[in-house]
Design a protein around this ligand. Structure first.
Ligand code: AMP
Length: 558
């Protein structure tokens, strides 16, 4: 069993062994695998770095950032067919499974997968489906900040801690407050925004530059320019100023400029931090530390906001890129009852209020559509709570119990999860009392809700687990999706490593000229011939030769 951080921009797979969690690397030594999928010119499926590289020169050949669309009916078109976000995620998960099997030398078919704390029910369900398509059974969906806390709690072994986990990833923002005491990690509250992340900073900086210099990149250059702005943004993390080339001129951008350009985004971080602390019924004085998660939390702006809001310097002992995957691996060890973690206990919270729709009688009139919560948001899970409801009239025999999640008083502004029909509420003839039901909600660690309705006067029970939600896939759909991915299985010639080499070579070829181009052509031709021969030794040798040609042009990412 492995732990997988299925991220918006990058994904990682980790494994727990000999009392330690470790992140696993692919053939090229990469651990941060871009969450990108593309189809090459000759119809092969690309994933990770190769897909990300291809998207720069051929934006319509695939897709990245599909995590943001999980649980929605969105579809993308590339490679001559349509793809759902679930299928794209499945391709990434299958690659993580492949990397794990490569490193561990044995089949891997179970995983703990992390999701943002603010993922709704449908988004969680979509993640489980993606795993099924990839051939992985989800042992547990773990909230990302909780995973971070687990990795941190396991490492630090500190005595008593009230920690705030600040997670700013590529596309999502989550804040979680948790308490750990002698190995017990308890989540007290979580808050977040599902559409705020490092990518928005890149986008804002890009727009700011275009506005300020009254220039915009031609459509074909947009992704390349965006990649340069991304580098600029990262440079702002380590230095006060950096250069970017724009419309043929070298332009200097300072950290102050960056702060101004993205001021609006940074302001949106503050209320989420405050709400989380308030929901936990604590004040900033109770906090012992702040833990950073997600690549974008490296930005100095983030530390400045935290210092200003909480008077605390963030802790930097665990790498923000790896901490979630490491926590997922610790959880996998917990699920597998590994000896090393037997003293660790974890609780979590449900991120949304869950309840049913009720009618109210006011001035002798019935008003429908009110939300009556049974489980409040940020209550510790697993848990089970019940409430009693009665029918409006004594002769009413049936109710349609509509289940919702959300924080609005009115159900039409919340998200509908499903419905249960209960019959036989009428008492025996002659009785004037309305029927009474007890509605029990049980919510487990995976965010799966079971609703049980008991008719009090006769003890009859109806229950339902809300797994078949609108917009989700049936078993048949999943089988079909698996079948659709089959023909795209990696051919020996198309291993991700060799694909990535050819993609890079293609990009470089487009960039260079003259003698450099001739030299590159020679090395690539040798490599192509080696691939055609299917001789592993030849492929290895030619591949290494090609790598030593390409590497100076493609510095490894941080
Ligand atoms: P994640 O989803 O955790 O992989 O976060 C990726 C996000 O972090 C992307 O938006 C990156 O641009 C951003 N990021 C990664 N490294 C840095 C850095 N050194 N400075 C600023 N942002 C970064």
């Amino acid at each position: 069993m492995v732990g997988i951080d299925l991220g918006t921009t990058n994904s990682l797979v980790a494994h727990f062994t000999e009392g330690e969690a470790e992140v696993l690397a692919n053939e090229s030594g990469e651990t941060l695998i871009p969450s990108a999928v593309a189809v090459s010119e000759d119809g092969a499926l690309l994933v990770g770095r190769a897909a990300k590289d291809r998207l720069i020169t051929a934006p319509d050949s695939g897709r990245a950032f599909f995590k943001r669309d999980m649980g929605t009916p969105t579809n993308y078109r590339f490679g001559g067919r349509s793809w759902s976000p679930v299928e794209c995620s499945a391709v990434v998960l299958r690659e993580m499974k492949r990397i794990a099997e490569l490193r561990l030398g044995k089949p891997v078919d179970k995983a703990v997968i992390t999701v943002p704390a603010y993922f709704l029910d449908q988004q969680r369900q979509a993640t489980v489906e993606a795993a099924q398509i990839a051939g992985l059974k989800v042992e547990r969906l773990l909230n990302e900040p909780t995973a971070a806390a687990l990795a941190y709690g396991y490492r630090e072994n500190s005595d008593l801690n009230t920690l705030l986990v600040f997670d700013l990833g590529g596309g999502t923002f989550d804040v979680t407050l948790l308490e750990s005491f002698e190995g017990v990690v308890e989540v007290k509250a979580s808050a977040g925004e599902s559409r705020l992340g490092g990518e928005d900073y890149t986008e804002m900086l890009m727009n700011w530059l275009c506005r300020k210099y009254q220039w915009s990149p031609p459509v074909s250059e947009r992704l390349r320019f965006r990649a340069e702005v991304e580098q600029l943004k990262r440079a702002m993390t380590t230095s006060d100023r950096a250069m970017i080339r724009l419309a043929g001129n070298d332009i200097e951008v300072t950290r102050k400029d960056f702060g101004e350009a993205t001021y609006e985004l940074t302001q949106r971080l503050r209320p989420v931090v405050r709400r989380c602390i308030r929901d936990a019924q604590l004040t900033k004085k109770h906090l012992d530390g702040v833990l950073l998660v997600g690549g974008a939390s490296r930005m100095p702006i983030v530390s400045a906001v935290l210092l200003d809001e909480l008077d605390l310097e963030p802790n930097r002992t665990v790498d923000p890129d790896r901490v979630v995957a490491l926590g997922a691996a610790v959880q996998a060890a917990l699920c597998a009852r590994n000896e090393a973690v037997k003293d660790l206990v974890l609780t979590d919270v449900c991120p949304h209020s869950l309840g049913v729709e009720v009618s109210k009688v006011m001035a002798n009139q019935v008003h429908d559509g009110y939300f009556s919560p049974i489980i409040d948001r940020n209550t510790t899970v697993p848990l089970s709570r019940s409430e009693r409801f009665n029918t409006l009239h004594p002769d009413q025999d049936e109710i349609h119990l509509k289940v919702y999640q959300g924080e609005s008083r009115l159900t039409r502004e919340n998200q509908r999860i499903g419905e249960i029909r209960v019959k036989g509420l009428k008492h025996r003839a002659g009785q004037k009392d309305p029927g009474v039901v007890e509605v029990r909600f049980s919510y487990d660690m995976n965010g799966i809700l079971e609703v049980e309705v008991t008719i009090l006067h006769n003890g009859q029970k109806v229950s339902e687990v809300f797994e078949q939600r609108p917009g989700t896939m049936s078993k048949e759909d999943i089988r079909e999706a698996i079948a659709r991915l089959q023909p795209l299985k990696t051919h020996p010639r198309d291993t991700p490593q060799n694909r990535a080499r050819l993609e890079r070579a293609g990009r470089l070829w487009a960039d260079v000229r003259g003698a450099e181009r001739d030299a590159l052509t020679m090395v690539v031709d040798t490599f192509e011939r080696a691939l055609a021969s299917q001789d592993p030794a030849r492929i290895r040798e030619a591949g290494e030769e090609l790598d030593s040609f390409l590497n100076p042009y493609f510095p490894p990412e941080e």
